[in-house]
Design a protein around this ligand. Structure first.
Ligand SMILES: Cc1cc2nc3c(=O)[nH]c(=O)nc-3n(C[C@H](O)[C@H](O)[C@H](O)COP(=O)(O)OP(=O)(O)OC[C@H]3O[C@@H](n4cnc5c(N)ncnc54)[C@H](O)[C@@H]3O)c2cc1C
Length: 356
């Protein structure tokens, strides 16, 4: 088995995101999605315990913040729908309890959705640990090696042509994130995703500002995917184990451009002060910023599994804004699909053919 990586492991979204691990996203629409999330978070827990490496994984809970009565009504319905899909550890909290959980959030917030068993991880540690583990298992990771073409014969993949030579194979897993459509194009397969840049800031170490990740529930609404031109700023913050806060985020559609902008630093800082007013009287230094890509599928659900008309070509992409929360679950399911012909979590509903 071989991994072909254009840059270095974790050089794209998986190494530069908000590091929140949820198993009960309000964007998920099927039992299979929640099952992927559950497998994923259980796997991270296992990695953390069994690999002898501290991945800074914690099930500290996650709080999407509710600001208005209409958001509260919408969340009530959404929580109810998720509980019906066997999700556990999810409930709404009123303002009083929210302020007990997070005393530094704005006191005028209505409340929050409390995902009690969700958490966070250090994605840089995770990327390094995954690469080491995979190498230990005998997999060759070809870094700085770009897939440039695919050879297929009689409807079956044969090999991948890379900038460092040809690799013969019966299976190709397209897990190229934002570049997945370019890989599909090599074999005439259209993969309908668009991508937007998102910028985040990292602060110096601060203790006890917040205890767990928080996000405004309007986060995803503010991002106008359909327009694909808008620039939006929404709020999310995640305290890393050592105290650095990851704060986001500004979204825009600028093509492939990973540069950060002063405009984003200013806009994100201003929004952060609305949700964490304590920052007005106790300023915190920003030590760096980063940008990477969200990919969006037309229905917000991932694209996974076999494709029609080309045997051996398997999709593991379109992970939208929750790739860290399903990545290990997706990896496990794709491995089962290849080794046993089917996966224990049904991937049928995620097939590319649904967009035809
Ligand atoms: C700012 C931000 C915050 C986020 N926050 C969260 C969060 O809190 N929780 C969460 O669950 N998700 C979050 N996400 C989403 C998550 O990061 C992504 O869904 C996930 O990382 C996607 O993983 P991937 O493996 O599909 O793509 P990537 O991580 O982008 O990996 C694709 C890889 O393919 C390689 N590649 C591309 N083309 C080629 C080629 N031709 N040949 C060889 N290699 C190639 C790239 O170099 C790259 O390393 C966030 C994303 C962003 C941008």
């Amino acid at each position: 088995m071989a991994v072909v990586e254009k840059g270095e492991v974790g050089c794209m979204a998986s190494g530069a995101n908000a590091a929140v691990i949820t198993s009960m996203s309000s964007l998920w629409e099927s039992r299979a999605m929640f099952a992927l999330g559950k497998v994923n978070i259980d796997e991270y827990e296992r990695f953390n315990e069994e690999w002898g490496r501290d991945l800074e994984f914690e099930r500290c809970g996650y709080l999407p913040l509710i600001e208005t009565e209409s958001q509260l009504e919408e969340r009530k319905a959404s929580v109810e729908a998720r509980l019906k899909m066997d999700v556990t550890g999810l409930r709404l909290v009123q303002r009083e309890e929210l302020l007990e959980l997070e005393p530094n959030v704005a006191p005028d917030l209505f409340g929050a959705e409390f995902r009690t068993t969700d958490g966070h991880i250090n994605v840089l540690y995770l990327m390094c640990a995954l690469a080491d583990k995979v190498r230990e298992m005998g997999v060759h990771i070809h870094e700085h090696t770009q897939a440039v073409d695919i050879k297929a014969e009689n409807g079956q993949v044969k090999s991948v042509i890379t900038t460092n030579g040809e690799i013969g194979t019966k299976y190709i897993v397209n897990a190229c994130g934002v570049a997945a459509p370019a890989i599909g194009k090599m074999v005439g397969i259209k993969i309908p995703i668009i991508a937007n840049r998102e910028q985040f800031l990292v602060t110096e170490e601060v203790q006890n500002l917040i205890r767990r990740p928080i996000i405004s529930v309007s986060y995803y609404k503010d991002l106008d995917r359909a327009a694909a031109t808008a620039e939006t700023v929404a709020f999310a913050a995640n305290p890393q184990k050592k105290g650095n806060l990851l704060i986001g985020g500004m979204n825009d559609f600028v093509g492939i451009d990973k540069r950060t902008t002063l405009r984003a630093y200013q806009a994100i800082s201003k929004t952060a002060m609305r949700y964490l007013p304590v920052l007005k009287s106790q300023p915190v230094h920003i030590i760096r910023g980063y940008a990477n890509y969200y990919v969006h599928t037309p229905d917000g659900q991932p694209i996974l599994g076999k494709v029609d008309d080309l045997d051996g070509f398997i999709m593991a992409g379109g992970l939208n804004d929750y790739g860290m929360s399903v990545g290990a679950g997706v990896g496990k399911s794709i491995a089962e699909l290849i080794c046993f012909g089917e996966s224990s979590i049904p991937l049928e509903g995620f097939r590319l053919s649904r967009f035809r």
